[in-house]
Design a protein around this ligand. Structure first.
Ligand SMILES: [Zn+2]
Length: 497
């Protein structure tokens, strides 16, 4: 969905209530089930004889077009004189790479809810739904199945922890907007480690039911850090109290989504208070591996998608770098835990940015991102909030963020847009952030095909036991089958939905 709105709304969990009232037992997953509302899930895995893994780390850079992956690698090579961790994986022996078809049940162009559900329950569902199929049936999410099989489970994201992608592994809802319900489901379904944004969704003062959900998690034995410092203290790396360190975590570090990485890095308060995705990944992996049970965790770089919706190049590249640093943490873990399957992918393209041939060599233009002091999304907000904007004010604000002067005629285009016109030939591109993206393309030479998701087949990279059975071209639902097989999960029957 454009700009991924995240209203705090509540939807009745009718399916859950039905199950409770009727005493029905959900018997879903790979072997199907019986009774009203229960369905037979995806046919048995198309992968066969997959190796077995103790753990799976499933990493998603949300809304990452191929151009985002390429430009991030090119920028990192320029800046740090090394390849990105993701691209570097391609030269590593044993790494598997392919393309994946992410279409949903309702559209060639998926949204994040349907995309995560395809991995989470093994069926394609309609856009906007979370593990609920066209007939309204609830399908077991894979973290519920994993918990039922004795594994530990985790969700890490830079969005609200109940946003569509993490929810696709752990929740059920007819609408992805039911984030307040998903928060309750996480509690009932015993997700062990939950790290990201979304304090308001767990707060009695802001929830429609008035429930202090954070308190309920605490009563269930969870540590509930709200700052970077609290998080790192909850599970110290080399602390003497390592034995007693917590294993269950609900860490929420922002009222809603976490800030864009480039804004976090440029704001000392935010940098001190909000952990990076790599730090959250490190804590999650250590917490989940504290005992011998094995785990399944999803780790999401969520705001790559938001930046793409906003045609925000600095937001996009720095958040993709933050995701890349989380990949490095996962690779460190894999080194010492070779019985781990690592999957790195995205759920769909978004806005398909690309570095175009221009009047300067591409390296010079892309290198200008080094001078940026913030996201273009934040800049758009500041521009939009000007009371009576002038050309001078616009030039000052833009150059304060980009580190470069803005030509008068370009400031005039932005001023015209702030005054309500003119419209763009492609109407999607008429918004302020899209116009700003196009104006800056004159110097950055990065263009955008739109500001919404695209149907492109996506990158799929994997390493570790089971990865050898990933084919060069994969249907999204096959990853569910693969994970079930590799972790030897019995879909079983449970009354935990
Ligand atoms: Zn999106």
């Amino acid at each position: 969905m454009p700009n991924d709105p995240h209203p705090i709304s509540s939807h009745a969990s009718t399916r859950r209530n039905f199950l409770k009232q009727s005493g029905c037992i959900a018997a879903l997953g790979a072997t199907g089930g019986i009774g009203p509302g229960l369905v037979r899930a995806q046919e048995p895995p198309s992968v066969s004889n997959a190796g077995q893994a103790k753990n799976i780390i499933f990493m998603v850079s949300d809304g990452m077009s191929n151009g985002t992956l390429s430009m991030t690698d090119q920028f990192v090579r320029l800046r740090d004189r090394r390849p990105s961790h993701w691209i570097n994986l391609y030269s590593r022996p044993g790494v598997v790479r392919g393309l994946m078809d992410m279409a949903s049940a309702s559209n060639l162009v998926t949204d994040s809810a349907a995309a995560a559900s395809s991995w989470g329950c093994g069926q394609r569902v309609d856009n906007g739904r979370v593990n609920v199929n066209h007939g309204g049936e609830w399908l077991d999410p894979i973290l519920v199945i994993a918990h039922r099989n004795g594994l530990r489970t985790g969700l890490v994201t830079t969005a609200t922890v109940t946003h569509a992608t993490p929810a696709g592994f752990a929740a059920n809802g007819r609408s992805r907007q039911a984030e307040q319900d998903f928060a309750v489901q996480y509690l009932e379904r015993n997700i062990d480690v939950i790290l990201g944004g979304g304090q308001l969704l767990f707060s009695g003062e802001h929830r429609e039911d008035g429930r202090d959900l954070t308190g309920d998690f605490r009563e269930k034995g969870y540590a509930t850090p709200t700052t970077r410092e609290d998080l790192l203290a909850a599970l110290p790396k080399n602390g003497n109290d390592q034995e007693n360190a917590t294993e269950k975590l609900l860490g929420l570090f922002s009222p809603s989504h976490l800030p864009y990485e480039i804004d976090r890095l440029n704001d000392p308060e935010s940098q001190a208070g909000v952990p990076s995705l790599a730090e959250m990944t490190d804590v999650a992996l250590r917490a989940l591996s504290k005992d011998d049970r094995g785990f399944l965790v999803q780790i999401e770089g969520a705001r790559v998608d938001h930046a793409a919706h906003a045609n925000d190049l600095s937001g996009l590249i720095y958040d993709q770098i933050a995701f890349d640093e989380a990949i490095a943490v996962a690779l460190d873990f894999v080194e010492t835990h070779p019985d781990t399957l690592l999957i790195v992918t995205t759920d769909h393209g978004n806005a398909n940015p690309g570095l175009n041939q221009g009047s300067h060599e591409g390296a010079r233009t892309l290198g200008r991102l080094r001078e940026f002091k913030g996201s273009l999304s934040s800049l758009s907000l500041r521009l939009g909030n000007l009371d009576a904007p002038t050309l001078d004010e616009i030039q000052d604000l833009v150059s304060a963020t980009t580190g470069r002067p803005l030509a008068m005629e370009e400031a005039q285009i932005l001023l015209d847009r702030l005054h309500g016109g003119p419209t763009a030939p492609y109407r999607r591109m008429a918004g302020l952030s899209a116009v700003l993206g196009q104006v800056l393309a004159n110097t950055l030479e990065v263009g955008w095909v739109g500001n919404v998701h695209t149907s492109d087949y996506v990158e799929l990279t994997a390493l570790g036991p089971g990865s050898e059975h990933i084919k060069p071209f994969t249907r999204n639902t096959e990853l569910f089958s693969l994970m079930m097989r590799v972790l030897e999960l019995d879909p079983g029957t449970g009354n935990d939905l």
